[in-house]
Design a binder for this molecule. Structure first.
Ligand code: EPZ
Length: 439
């Protein structure tokens, strides 16, 4: 992965006040860019966040023959009249999870493809067995290598695929494969995150036939072709929650334009349990502290549960709440690695345990993974020099620095900037004392 563009210097202890605009969701826009491969007609996407991850995906598409034109700051026109290559260069191996989602579209366009594998990362193993098993059920011939996977299929056929766990990526992969497959595909135990629903809306506009049942069953009736589309990506509920946590943790008040309450129901409940509040504004939501902060028990889960990507800012917020909180991470086995720097360098009181301390015994039960955190507070945080290990931990560190007395430096900012649009300008706009220095 590329080097940091710059480091951040943050002087904390200032309540953040003001307004920011929510960006489009990284985890929707990047998949929608992949979906444009399903047609040879032009597609126009609005609300695309200007983040490193989008640049990466556009680079991948360009390698496959996609013409990319930015029509405005957040509007991009992409068109792939002809898929000129069936493989992506190995430089994309281990980079992100997008190439594996291209398998279905590339099979439909060219009958074969070789895509780089995503590789492990600092939050857990993140295998792709569900993706490959589902595509195999749909008739794909798969040769799984160490760095790439080779897939062939004359035409994919509909199948009944039951996912062992409601995986976001596997659901998207199967959707993208099923829309042009022969016959009907049923994906049961599917993920139904708002970003997936947004992908379904886009595919439906392109001509796809998809139904989502309330029991996590998605039924896709394959069609023979899809057309161009104009679509606006949903706002990023992870970025919105991050700014909400920042408002409450610093005892400030931040209005996030574009924030949607219907995508944040579970988050808002958790925020209120801790002492945060929100009010609806003309074009979004405003977040602030409603009362002194108190401990809460939180368990991450699949939608409509509490997102694993909200876990990091909430954990930092809980260091400022009175009492002992429990955060039980049930999606990823290893998503608390970032807590160590908070404890050792900043003075947070976070104890990790392998036990499931939430309402349910999760998939990581009795498997030796430190996946539950006990957080005691309130603890004044000390400024520190922090190194970001992954994207969502990145905002957690920024938030910790915003709360801490003194000036912290943060490196590893390339991870944060993969998923947050212009975080420095947005934080400065709400009064954060943040500057950058060359890396
Ligand atoms: C997506 O990852 C997001 N990434 C993640 O956000 C997010 O945390 C996650 O969904 C959960 O909401 C993107 O959208 C690019 P999963 P994804 O498949 O699709 C296991 C961020 O920072 N699993 O729902 O990879 C897996 O190991 C990122 O923006 C298998 O075992 O997540 C995990 O425990 C981080 N086999 C669980 O399922 C499989 O084949 C959920 O993963 C697939 C998944």
């Amino acid at each position: 992965m590329a080097a940091d563009r710059h480091l951040y210097r943050i002087t904390g202890g200032v309540p953040l006040r003001g307004a920011v605009q929510a960006s489009g969701a990284k985890n929707a826009a990047t998949k929608q860019l992949v979906a444009t491969l399903l047609t040879d007609e032009p597609c126009v996407l609005h609300g695309v966040p200007r983040i490193l991850e989008v640049d990466l995906v556009l680079g991948m598409l360009a390698e496959l023959g996609t013409e990319v034109t930015w029509l405005g700051e957040h509007t991009v026109r992409v068109c792939t009249p002809k898929v000129t290559s069936t493989s992506l260069s190995s430089s994309y191996s281990g980079v992100n999870r997008i190439p594996i989602l291209m398998m279905g579209p590339l099979l439909h366009r060219r009958g074969e493809t070789v895509v780089p594998l995503p590789g492990g990362c600092t939050i857990g193993k993140r295998p792709i067995d569900f993706h490959l098993a589902g595509l195999s059920q749909m008739g794909a011939d798969i040769v799984d290598g160490t760095r790439s996977v080779k897939v062939r299929a004359n035409r994919l056929s509909g199948a009944h695929v039951h996912l062992p766990f409601p995986s976001v990526g596997a659901t998207e992969n199967l959707l993208l494969a099923a829309v042009l497959a022969k016959g009907t595909t049923v994906i049961s135990n599917a993920a139904v995150e708002p970003e997936i629903v947004d992908l379904v809306l886009m595919l439906q506009k392109m001509g796809a036939l998809i139904t989502i049942d309330i029991d996590r069953t998605i039924v896709v009736s394959g069609v023979s072709e899809l057309g161009g589309v104009e679509h606006r990506t949903v706002p990023d509920r992870i970025e919105i929650a991050s700014f909400a946590a920042a408002a409450v943790a610093t005892n400030g008040r931040i209005q996030v334009r574009g924030a949607r309450q219907d995508h944040l129901i579970t988050f808002l409940n958790a925020l209120r349990h801790i002492g945060g509040e929100f009010t609806e504004t003309e074009d979004g939501l405003e977040f602030f502290r409603g009362r002194p902060l108190t401990a809460a028990d939180i368990e991450t889960g699949v939608h409509p549960g509490f997102m694993t990507d909200w876990q990091q800012p909430i954990t930092v917020l809980l260091t400022q709440a009175a009492g002992t909180s429990v955060v039980h991470e049930t999606i990823y086995e290893d998503r608390f690695g970032y807590a160590e720097q908070l404890s050792t360098a900043m003075g947070a009181e976070i104890e990790l345990t392998t036990k499931c301390l939430g309402a349910t015994a999760c998939r990581w039960h009795a498997r030796d993974f430190l996946h539950t955190a006990k957080i005691s507070g309130p603890t004044p945080l000390k400024a520190a020099d922090l190194v970001i290990p992954d994207l969502r931990a990145g905002f957690g560190y920024v938030l910790a620095a915003l709360v801490a007395e003194g000036t912290s430096t943060i490196s590893g900012t390339r991870y944060l900037e993969r998923g947050y649009e212009d975080p420095v300008a947005k934080l400065a706009a709400v009064g954060a004392r943040i500057t950058t220095q060359p890396a």
